[in-house]
Design a protein around this ligand. Structure first.
Ligand code: SF4
Ligand code: SF4
Length: 166
């Protein structure tokens, strides 16, 4: 893997981590953007379908079986690196869904419009919040789903709430 001068992964390198277009058409699927050799494996432990594996040494990066993944999202909150997302571009409309970890307070509300950001914090566009999950089992890493334009589904990886007046 190579990085840009600002530490963000190159898109060409990211492409190698992505599920195929054909797999994405069939339903929600995980995207694991973890490329560092670090001793870490909660993602593998969290997946009930064995779709994420750390093979051999615990310092290895995860390998993903996109066919085994059903996009449930359980691994998203389990990752301490906030490196896991679930994307759903299987619909026929102009929009797609990105499920992402969000550790800021206050949490957004369903229906709220937010400003979407890419991996470097740059503005991508706008999106609507469609779901907010925050259970005890998620251990303070809530998961937020955003409805985004279909062509932004592999770019949106964070968001900012628009400033609100009291
Ligand atoms: S989204 Fe669900 S099935 Fe897919 S890798 Fe994560 S935990 Fe496993
Ligand atoms: S839990 Fe997250 S940071 Fe740790 S190995 Fe898995 S994807 Fe990488």
């Amino acid at each position: 893997m190579t990085y840009r001068s600002d530490g963000v992964l190159n898109r060409n390198d990211l492409d190698r981590l992505f599920p195929s277009e054909e797999r994405m058409k069939r339903g929600p699927v995980v995207v694991v953007e973890c490329v560092e050799n670090i001793p870490c494996n909660p993602c593998a432990a969290a997946c009930p379908r064995g779709a994420i594996r750390i093979e051999g040494d615990i310092n290895e990066t995860p390998s993903v079986d996109f066919e085994a993944c059903n996009g449930c999202g359980l691994c998203v909150s389990a990752c301490p690196g906030l490196a896991i997302f679930v994307v759903d571009a299987s619909g026929k409309g102009d929009t797609a869904t990105v499920m992402l970890p969000y550790e800021y307070a206050p949490l957004p509300e369903v229906g709220e419009e937010v400003t979407t950001l890419d991996r470097s914090g740059g503005k991508v566009g706008r999106a609507r919040v469609t779901r907010v999950l925050n259970t005890e089992a998620m251990d303070r890493t809530p998961v937020v789903s955003l409805e985004v334009p279909r062509d932004q589904v592999m770019d949106v990886r964070h968001f900012a709430r628009r400033s609100r007046r009291p």
